[in-house]
Design a protein around this ligand. Structure first.
Ligand code: NAI
Ligand code: MG
Length: 472
């Protein structure tokens, strides 16, 4: 078992498509349960081998070297990510830069998480160690494979785990490349393993595997439920990051010059295929009309096109996703929700690509499907509100709770709203869809549980061991 399984035991393969033109340009191994067995066994062997004795300092240095290699190969990784996912070239470059930063951060953090010494009975000394789980399975989605792979790999290895990564069938190429770079960085064979293949086969086999000690997943709530049920067979711990319907709350005293470009970017970045996309904008009624007009003006100019053209947004990741988003736009129109503006698809965009024009809906009822369900596309809903209480009620009215933005100059209100909103991350007069590797990230409610990113992720990626000495 190598860190880069090029072939499945069955010999089966899956085509790799570029969403910009819908054409296959490579293929990956379609791994089955027997390939997952090999990968999990390799990770388990590596965990019991010399890896256990590698110091935290040395693990950190390996990750730091991986960071340097990501920097060295940034252009290549960025181009590969863009081609595989259809994301605009500059987004691919931004992802490569954040990935470099993740490995830098976790490289530096590896030897800085301390245990405790606990005051206990006379004659005893009690202390805690942070121990690795063992084999971590990371099942990651197609929207930001470089970044999400890095936050899993960085935190897992910093704490001394070994890893089996299962990238999404729609975007596996950069994960395979990172596994190669991990070897080059001196991370021992078997510590980072990649299995490519379908979720229903490779992903399902991995999440119920007896040699997997902990599972971390980013993706849809439905798949999250399936993975938790599979992991429950072995009573394994899980971290679940399951998307959102994140609100941006704009009060009448907000600095709109600052707010509006951030609000547009938070839904257009990566074509809206971002777990933390700001997909609902709650606007105080007093300023609803001018804000809606300004956003409509901007939305009408937005253009989707192939990744190489580097326009406002690229295509959706696959045909199913494009059809799903288009159907949700059509259903909202059908339901009579006013459409304030629609963007464009570049006239020279290849006809086989999976393009969807951005759509802006106004005066949306907070309970409407378009305001409740994760679209995962360039679709923004504007929701008017009366006052602070009304804004908080609407913000909290979905099943999700991942991120929120609060735009106001009033300091008291900033604190009140930030506390009242049920979201794992709240941004005041700013909004970060992705990035911020230092900042703990994760959900309340249906958005999941556990935290990734920052030092906080290191707690999820380890378990406390308490040791008590009776020295009399
Ligand atoms: P998905 O959640 O099914 O796929 C994500 C990952 O899970 C992929 O690696 C996939 O191979 C794997 N997977 C799928 N079924 C599995 C199973 N039974 N056991 C283990 N692993 C499994 O997401 P999908 O179908 O690609 O997209 C559907 C919707 O999910 C999107 O429209 C979007 O709303 C949401 N989504 C949310 C993401 C987020 O970042 N929160 C990322 C991707 C999708
Ligand atoms: Mg692809």
């Amino acid at each position: 078992m190598t860190a880069r399984p090029r072939t499945a035991l069955s010999g089966e393969r899956l085509d790799v498509f570029c969403p910009s033109d819908g054409k296959a340009f490579a293929s990956i191994a379609a791994s089955g349960a027997e390939d997952v067995d090999r990968a999990a066994a390799a990770a388990a062997r590596a965990f019991e081998g010399p890896w256990r004795k590698v110091s935290a300092l040395e693990r950190g240095r390996m990750l730091t070297r991986l960071s340097a290699l990501v920097k060295k190969h940034a252009e290549e990784l960025a181009a590969l990510e863009s081609r595989d996912t259809g994301k605009p070239a500059r987004q691919g470059r931004a992802d490569a830069a954040v990935t470099e930063r993740y490995y830098e951060f976790y490289g530096g953090a590896a030897d800085k998480l301390m245990g405790d010494q606990i005051p206990f009975l006379d004659g005893f000394t009690a202390l805690t160690l942070r121990e690795p789980h063992g084999v971590v399975a990371g099942i990651i989605p197609w929207n930001y494979p470089l970044q999400i792979g890095a936050r899993v790999l960085g935190a897992a290895l910093a704490m001394g785990n070994t890893l089996v990564l299962k990238p999404a069938e729609d975007a596996s190429l950069t994960t395979i490349r990172i596994a190669e770079l991990a070897l080059e960085a001196g991370i021992p064979e078997g510590v980072v393993n990649v299995v490519t293949g379908l979720g229903a086969t490779a992903g399902a086999a991995l999440s119920r595997h007896g040699q997997v000690d902990y599972v971390t997943f980013t993706g849809s709530p439905m798949t999250g439920t399936a993975i938790q049920q599979a992991a429950a067979v072995n009573n394994r711990g899980v971290t679940m990051e399951l998307g959102g319907k994140s609100p941006q709350i704009v009060f009448a005293d907000a600095d709109l010059v600052k707010a509006l470009p951030v609000i547009v970017n938070a839904i257009i970045q990566n074509g809206g295929q971002t777990c933390s996309a700001g997909s609902r904008v709650l606007i105080e009624k007093k300023i609803y009309q001018p804000v809606a007009e300004a956003l409509a003006h901007r939305f009408a100019q937005l253009t989707a096109g192939p990744h190489v053209a580097d326009l406002d947004l690229g295509p959706m990741v696959n045909r199913r996703q494009a059809e799903r988003v288009a159907a949700m736009i059509a259903a909202a129109k059908e339901a009579g929700i006013p459409i304030l503006a629609e963007g464009k698809i570049a006239p020279d965009a290849p006809s086989g690509g999976y393009y969807v024009a951005p759509a802006l809906f106004g005066s949306v009822d907070p309970m409407a499907a378009i305001a409740q369900e994760e679209v995962f596309g360039p679709v923004l809903s504007l929701l008017p509100f009366d006052d602070e209480d009304d804004a908080i009620r609407i913000a909290n009215s979905t099943e999700f709770g991942l991120v929120a933005g609060v735009w106001t100059a009033d300091g008291g209100r900033q604190h009140r709203v930030a506390k009242a909103v049920r979201a794992g991350q709240v941004w005041v007069n700013s909004y970060g869809a992705g990035g911020g590797v230092e900042l703990p990230f994760g959900g309340f409610k249906k958005s999941g549980h556990g935290r990734e990113k920052g030092l906080e992720a290191l707690y999820d990626m380890s378990a406390t061991k308490t040791i008590v000495f009776n020295h009399g």
